[in-house]
Design a protein around this ligand. Structure first.
Ligand code: PAF
Length: 282
């Protein structure tokens, strides 16, 4: 496995692989890798002859009061996680390699970014789309892999790829969970022991909603109220949002319909966690 830090090094390697006719799968990450990332690598490995993992804590997707400085980083551990999965190349650039001092071009997807996390984190998806576009241009993949846990990110990237005619298949991969149901996230490392126990309330709220839906409930107001009750029962939790939206347009819905997304963001202490589920039946 090769670990490189410059765009030139990636381009050189990609050129060799392209000349040999290899397909390339890309897994973009911000590092501090866990089993969720490894499931993306496994999918990329299955579909492609070569797999590139990028590890870059992208400064332009963090708001001024967000956790850019404290975001967990451990390159040595990440290298082991990638090696285990048979990754061929890690691209780990510095911020100055990615953003020259006169950097002034951004990719902004409208409408889909108005709701959910986009509403609460202004500029976040503009930063994500810009870095993902750059990573696509640098690594020239056939396929790129993203977790369903960041459901809005996945929808926004799919739209960007379609709108801007990138010749890349975007593959969404299922949420990977801890034994008690908490969705794997690099930010789980911020949680104290008591917060970690409390964090399971996101999954409990999801399970409660799924059970109500199984019993025939379709009213979003009713389901949201029950989810709110589950989370509010947990003193360390503070709801940022619980929303039901159409999976494609991310527009808010009042009644459950085919292809609905339920997404939630909850503060556990100071740590903001997200989770979601998709409802696909009629
Ligand atoms: O999901 C992430 O880790 C990041 O948003 C991504 C896609 C790597 C862009 O920085």
């Amino acid at each position: 496995m090769n670990v490189v830090t410059t765009i030139k090094q990636v381009r050189e390697q990609v050129k060799v692989w392209r000349q040999a006719g290899y397909s390339i799968g890309l897994v973009p990450t911000m590092g501090f890798l866990h089993e969720g990332h490894q499931s993306l690598m496994a999918a990329a490995k299955k579909d492609n002859q070569k797999v590139i993992v990028t590890i870059f804590v992208n400064p332009i997707q963090f708001g001024p009061s967000e956790d850019l400085d404290s975001y967990p980083r451990d390159l040595e551990r990440d290298k082991v996680a990638c090696e285990q999965m048979g990754v061929d190349l890690i691209f780990h650039p510095t911020a100055s390699e990615m953003y020259m001092p006169n950097f002034s071009s951004y990719v902004d997807v409208n409408n889909l970014t108005d709701a959910l996390c986009g509403k609460r984190r202004p500029g976040h998806f503009k930063g994500v789309c810009t870095v993902v576009t750059k990573l696509f241009n640098i690594t020239q993949p056939d396929r790129a892999y993203f977790g369903q846990k960041d459901a809005q990110q996945l929808a926004v990237i799919k739209r960007m790829v379609s709108d801007l005619n990138f010749d890349i298949d975007i593959i969404g991969c299922p949420i990977v969970r801890e034994a008690d149901g908490l969705a794997k996230s690099s930010r789980n490392s911020y949680l104290s022991e008591s917060e970690r126990k409390a964090a399971v309330c996101l999954y409990q709220a999801i399970e409660c909603a799924k059970e109500m839906i199984k019993q025939g409930e379709k009213s979003v107001t009713v389901i949201k109220k029950a989810m709110d009750d589950v989370i509010s029962n947990q003193p360390l939790a503070k709801i940022d949002y619980i929303e039901f939206v159409d999976l494609a347009s991310l527009a808010s819905i009042n009644m459950l319909a085919k292809d609905s997304l339920c997404a939630l963001a909850v503060y556990i202490g100071k740590t903001r966690l997200i989770d979601n589920f998709i409802y696909q039946q009629q």
